[in-house]
Design a protein. Sequence first.
Length: 236
Amino acid sequence: MSRSAELADLAGLLADRTRAAFCLALLDGRAWTAGELATHAGVAASTASEHLDRLLAGGLLVQRRQGRHRYVQIAGPQTAQLLETLTAHLEPAPRPANSLRSATVSAALARGRTCYDHLAGRLGVAITDAMTARGLLDRRNGFTLTESGVDWLTGPLGVNPEVLRTSRRPVARECLDWTERRSHLAGTAGAQLRLRLAGNDWIRRTGSGRAVRLTPAGAAALHELLGLEADAMELL
């Protein structure tokens, strides 16, 4: 098969609203059942199963079975990056929400969310900017974690240095934020940072989706560790 045909097939996987809805939901990094995705997209279970089979065959999703249930999730960081990058190409201004609930969900996602395994939204961008200002992240030629950045992650945040040294993924990678239109930190460093913030109860999920919120303890910690000011964190 020619590369053009392969690209067309890949694009075809996302050229359906239901399959696109599944992929965006799965960007929260968790595994969902077919039934949960069917409910999320508002389709019948049989319809969801057909769409999931296509996404699995196309390599965008992977699955595992546990008892009677089939769980699916994004195939990996590269797939998540592809989906987030494509989403960033959509119109800059969000469409008007047609209900109070959808407006609330949109505002929560813009404030802070998971982008597969790292942080995005205003929270993710603010942390990335603060790391840059403190010399922990070098953004002159892409994203590079500095020696000070490695010490910061493995010291105050308690990330295992071996995780950074042995990862097959880039340690630091920029990811274009589709709500902020600016880059936030991804890669192994971004993933470990999210894990530590969640593990310390500095961020919490709001509801069952991708949105996360900074806790009071998290605001105090980020002020101490990165110098983020209270007025800026009121928006997070």
